[in-house]
Every structure is written in structure tokens, then in C-alpha cells.
Design a protein around this ligand. Structure first.
Ligand SMILES: [Ca+2]
Ligand SMILES: [Ca+2]
Ligand SMILES: [Ca+2]
Length: 444
């Protein structure tokens, strides 16, 4: 018999009805944890399905412990594809435990999700997603959308595809998202950040700076200039166009499950049991180094917040093309709400001068402390999403390789070298090539 239990369950960003009152919404039980949405204790062991370890018993999960640069709001890390809780608070960092559900079946059911209304402010103009009536009219005219007849999912797909069309948006927006504060409601480059984030070789005259900063920070300016850029400005632009057609949209920041710059963390991947997950992570991390994070949109479709990655609606967390396994670390109503310039941006500045505090493992704001996976003891394989065959590294023709980085060995410590680094001797020095195929051997 089930007795009353004291639960310590974090609030879930992925909300909805919880019919059996076990702390997990019905849809999360159906498509992520595979527990019974009508039964509070599916395995009848006296512990509710929503208890931290119980939610792993009916599915495949990956557990990551991440040390993250503060401030982090763990509530923002609870989504429909992952759950998170705080383990430790340190001087400048927090340690967060994340349980992810890489074989969830959300994408098979998204189209049939029931509709619900999101609060108005998620589709109102905001600081960076600052659409106006003229922009709204132009989007509707250019895309031919009839909002009265199409579903919200179709609206997301058509508008994001339109923005991603290089003919419609041929220009490049500059990137300096981690250099900008929005203290007075308009983007301003922080003191001292200019040389690093703005192109030194082509300095922007002071009088033109506000316009230049707007062209990489504000959705309406990018729309007018038909410019999109790297992930952050692109998703500010996409978010602005989606809000303009009434789709509730916000911003998320995701990081890989480990810092790709650290070979010791990369070795954690080999400890995973699931062959497909291991291969997906190895492929996703291949060639990644330096400063790695990914901004996306989160759109509300059918009452569920789901990732929109450029024009991929319902982007999955495990993807060999997207860092292997993405962990959501921040959820923002608007990009202007974050403190990334003071934190991660400042870290980039500090790295240039060689004084990184806290150390972590590189310029990045995160490091993996632990990585493991588990197939729950009650898992029914029929219910899991069947992943495609494990990705294999692309075969390179003899003598051909993509060389991503070349540097003198004595310029960097060996710990910094990416996993795919190969060494070659040249007179008096060792040169290191970072390539995109670890099996390649070459001679200089
Ligand atoms: Ca439930
Ligand atoms: Ca249940
Ligand atoms: Ca139980």
C-alpha cells in the first residue's frame, strides 16, 4: 500500500496535468519517463514515480553532474527532456545533477498535442524581440500565412524556414551577444569588451556604434537589414518573427554534456554503456574546442515548450550533429534578461589575459564532474524511441582531411589538445593539427 511520502521534486518547466499526483505531468510520464500517468507508484515499491531515482526506472537515462559558473537557476534547467537539481553551491559555481532522457518519444507525438493558451507576454514585443505592426504585416504578406487556418506548429515551421532561407536573409549579423548589457533597455557594449568582440581590423566609428550593436542584438533591426548571424543573433531574429505571428517564444542556452577542451572529460564518454549514445557523443564532440555553447529558441506548440533549433521544430537533446547531447542551462523570456556579459563574457576577457577564476577546465562556463548512463530495470524496449544506427566517423579519402586548427605544441599544454589532435615534427618544433577524423595519420 502506498503511504504518504515527502517529496522533494523540483518544479517543472514542462508542466501540464499530473493526474496521479506523483510530481510528474502526464505527458512527461508518457513520452519521457514511461511510468504510468494514472498510477502514482508504477512499480509498487512504495516510492512515487516522481522521486528522483524512481523516474529513471522505466527508461534509458544519462546522468551528468555539471559544475556551472554562477548564477544558475536550476528551475530553468527542468524541461521536457531533462530534469535537474542542485547538489552544491560554491564560491563562484554551482554543481547541478542533470538526468536526461535521450530516447524520449516527444517528437512522435508533438503534432497531436492538445492546444493551450500561453500567457500573452510570451508573444508580445520584448527588449530584443522588438517587432512592430509594420514588421508583423510584412511577415504575413511575405509568407502568405493565414493564422486563422494553420496550426501553431505549422506557423513555427513556415516562419522559421522563411527566415533561414539565404535568399530572403542574405546578410550577416555581427556576433557579440556576450559583450552586451541591456541595463537601460537598449544594447550597450560593456567597457573593455570592445577589442575582443568587435573586429579590431575594421574598427567601428564611435558615432556608428549604437547602430552596429543594434544590428547584432535587436530582432527588428536584423529583420530590416535582412541579416542573421551565429546562433544567438539568429534565434533573436527567429524569435522576433515568431512572436510577431503570435507564437509564444523564448530563448534557451544549451551546453554540451562535458567541456570538449578537456581530454579527461572526453574520456568519460567511453564509460557509457549504450553504444548509440557513446557514438552520438563522440561524433557530436568531434572537432569542438574553445568556447562552446548553443543558443536556441523555445516555442510553445500544443501547450508544450519545445526547442526550435533554427528551423528544426522539436530538436532532440541527443543529436550527433549538435554536440552529441545538449544540456539546457538557461531559459530566458528575452535574451536581455541574462547576465552572460558579466559572467561568461567576462570569462572570455579574463582568458585573454591568462587569469581564469574559477579555474573550471577552460574558458567555458561548465565542466562535467560525472557522466554515466543506465537502462532502468523495468524498461520496456518497445516504448523507447529506436535510434538510428550509431553514427560512424566519416571516411576520408587518403591524403584529405579537414584541419580545423594548427598550433605550435609549445604554445598550449597537452591537456588543452582536442582528442583528434595529431602531432607532426618539423625542424625544432612540434606542430599540432586538430582534424575532424581521429583515425587519420599524416606526415609532414
Ligand atoms: Ca503523474
Ligand atoms: Ca505515475
Ligand atoms: Ca515506485
Amino acid at each position: 500500500m502506498l503511504t504518504a511520502l515527502i517529496l522533494s521534486i523540483p518544479s517543472f518547466a514542462a508542466g501540464g496535468v499530473d493526474s496521479d499526483n506523483d510530481g510528474l505531468p502526464d505527458l512527461v510520464e508518457q513520452y519521457a519517463t514511461f511510468t504510468d500517468p494514472q498510477k502514482a507508484d508504477t512499480d509498487e515499491d512504495g516510492l512515487l514515480d516522481g522521486e528522483w531515482d524512481e523516474r529513471r526506472e522505466f527508461t534509458y537515462t544519462v546522468r551528468v553532474e555539471l559544475e556551472l559558473l554562477s548564477p544558475i537557476d536550476v528551475a530553468q534547467m527542468n524541461t521536457r527532456q531533462q530534469h535537474a537539481r542542485l547538489l552544491d553551491t560554491r564560491a563562484h559555481t554551482v554543481v547541478v545533477e542533470v538526468i536526461t532522457y535521450p530516447l524520449n518519444t516527444w517528437h512522435l507525438h508533438d503534432a497531436a498535442l492538445p492546444l493551450s493558451e500561453a500567457p500573452d507576454h510570451f508573444h508580445s514585443p520584448s527588449t530584443t524581440m522588438n517587432y512592430d505592426a509594420a514588421m508583423q504585416a510584412e511577415i504575413l504578406r511575405a509568407t502568405g500565412l493565414d493564422l486563422a487556418t494553420i496550426s501553431d506548429r505549422e506557423a513555427v515551421q513556415r516562419v522559421s524556414s522563411w527566415v533561414m532561407n539565404p535568399v530572403e536573409f542574405p546578410n550577416k549579423a555581427p556576433f557579440f551577444a556576450y559583450a552586451v548589457d541591456f541595463e537601460n533597455g537598449s544594447p550597450t557594449v560593456r567597457d573593455g569588451f570592445m577589442p575582443l568582440f568587435l573586429n579590431d581590423n575594421d574598427p567601428v566609428p564611435a558615432a556608428e556604434l549604437p547602430d552596429y550593436v543594434a544590428s547584432g542584438s535587436l530582432g527588428r533591426t536584423m529583420f530590416t537589414e535582412r541579416a542573421r548571424g551565429s546562433c544567438t543573433p539568429s534565434h533573436i531574429l527567429i524569435g522576433t518573427t515568431l512572436r510577431a505571428v503570435g507564437v509564444p517564444t523564448r530563448m534557451v542556452l544549451a551546453v554540451p554534456a562535458l567541456d570538449p577542451n578537456d581530454r579527461r572529460q572526453r574520456k568519460l564518454v567511453a564509460g557509457l554503456d549504450h553504444e548509440w549514445m557513446r557514438a552520438t557523443l563522440e561524433q557530436g564532440l568531434l572537432g569542438l574546442r574553445g568556447w562552446i555553447g548553443h543558443t536556441m529558441n523555445e516555442v510553445q506548440v500544443g501547450g508544450q515548450w519545445m526547442w526550435l533549433n533554427y528551423d528544426n521544430v522539436g530538436q532532440r537533446n541527443a543529436d550527433p550533429g549538435m554536440m552529441g547531447l545538449m544540456i539546457q542551462v538557461a531559459t530566458m523570456d528575452d535574451w536581455a534578461d541574462n547576465q552572460f556579459a558579466q559572467t561568461w563574457g567576462q570569462r572570455v576577457i579574463d582568458a585573454e589575459s591568462g587569469r581564469l577564476e574559477p579555474a573550471l577546465t577552460s574558458v567555458n562556463q561548465y565542466r562535467a564532474v560525472h557522466l554515466s548512463d543506465e537502462m532502468g530495470p523495468h524498461t520496456d524496449p518497445e516504448r523507447l524511441w529506436v535510434p538510428p544506427a550509431p553514427p560512424t566517423p566519416s571516411k576520408l579519402a587518403r591524403g584529405k582531411a579537414h584541419v580545423n586548427t594548427v598550433f605550435w605544441a609549445h604554445d598550449r599544454t597537452e591537456d588543452w589538445w582536442p582528442a583528434e589532435a595529431i602531432r607532426a615534427q618539423v625542424p625544432e618544433h612540434t606542430i599540432v593539427l586538430a582534424v575532424s577524423d581521429s583515425r587519420l595519420r599524416c606526415q609532414l
